[in-house]
Write a protein that binds this ligand. Structure first.
Ligand code: CDP
Ligand code: CDP
Length: 224
């Protein structure tokens, strides 16, 4: 099969990363979680007590920040200046602040450069908000995953139960709605379906059903 690039976009908790990992494994491609990169920068900015509304200090910080996505036996690790922050970047504090960091155009330019460099030489499955529209506009396969906000909040709730962190379903729903709103309304590369993306509503689909649909799209392209 020719090496192709799979772009997966969509709002929070639509199933992007879960499905992207399965698809990457099946195709023996690398998986690139671009959200993890914005989360890592957000963690460092919060730890440095930076004001997230000001663009230039964030850009300067990013220029001195090393973010590595490393494949390991236990899945993908996120290394921030060589330190393992895989769990820390999923904290509620980072989640509540990441969209304020990701809205700055100059931060995005630097992140997109890094993401494009990661996708240069190999087959990739990359997930995020602007992959099909900005990072890999020529991706051979573009998928846009959606699901009702109720279902997405329920998924995050269940995830938290499994991790042993009880949370409030209504609060999760509000957080997801707020983040989707900022991501969709920002001027720089907003969350939007690319014209040539295939939309899949995952509300009542299992993870494997969604992965199968994505793999079908890959097969269509590969057999052309
Ligand atoms: O997994 P979840 O949907 O909660 O979020 P994520 O993919 O880890 O992304 C976290 C945040 O990073 C998003 O809400 C966006 O603000 C930002 N992001 C972005 O702007 N562009 C991307 N390509 C990926 C993430
Ligand atoms: O990456 P994104 O924020 O879009 O979502 P995710 O982290 O991949 O998925 C959020 C949660 O929903 C995970 O716990 C998945 O196992 C679950 N999920 C699901 O239950 N059914 C699907 N069709 C897709 C995801």
């Amino acid at each position: 099969m020719d090496i192709i690039r799979v772009a997966i976009d969509g709002p929070a908790a639509a199933g992007k990363s879960t499905v992207a990992k399965i698809v990457a494994e099946k195709l023996n491609y690398i998986y690139i979680d671009t959200g993890a990169m914005y989360r890592a920068l957000t963690l460092k900015a919060l730890d440095s007590s930076l004001q997230l509304g000001a663009e230039q200090p964030l850009v300067d910080l990013l220029h001195h920040t090393d973010i590595e996505l490393k494949q390991s036996e236990n899945g993908q690790l996120v290394l921030l200046d060589k330190a393992d922050v895989t769990a820390e970047i999923r904290s509620q504090k980072v989640t509540n602040n990441v969209s304020y960091v990701a809205k700055h155009p100059k931060v995005r330019i630097e992140m997109v450069n890094r993401q494009q460099a990661l996708a240069e030489k190999r087959g990739v499955v990359m997930d995020g908000r602007d992959i099909g529209t900005h990072v890999l506009p020529d991706a051979e396969v573009k998928i846009f995953l959606v699901a009702s906000v109720e279902e997405r909040a329920k998924r995050r709730y269940e995830e938290n139960v499994k991790k042993g962190f009880p949370s409030d379903l209504e609060e999760l729903k509000e957080e997801i709605e707020q983040r989707d709103l900022i991501d969709s309304k920002r001027e720089a590369a907003p969350l939007i379906k690319a014209d040539d993306a295939t939309e899949i509503d995952t509300t009542s689909l299992s993870i494997n059903e969604v992965a199968e649909q994505v793999l079908t799209e890959v097969t269509k392209v590969a057999s052309k």
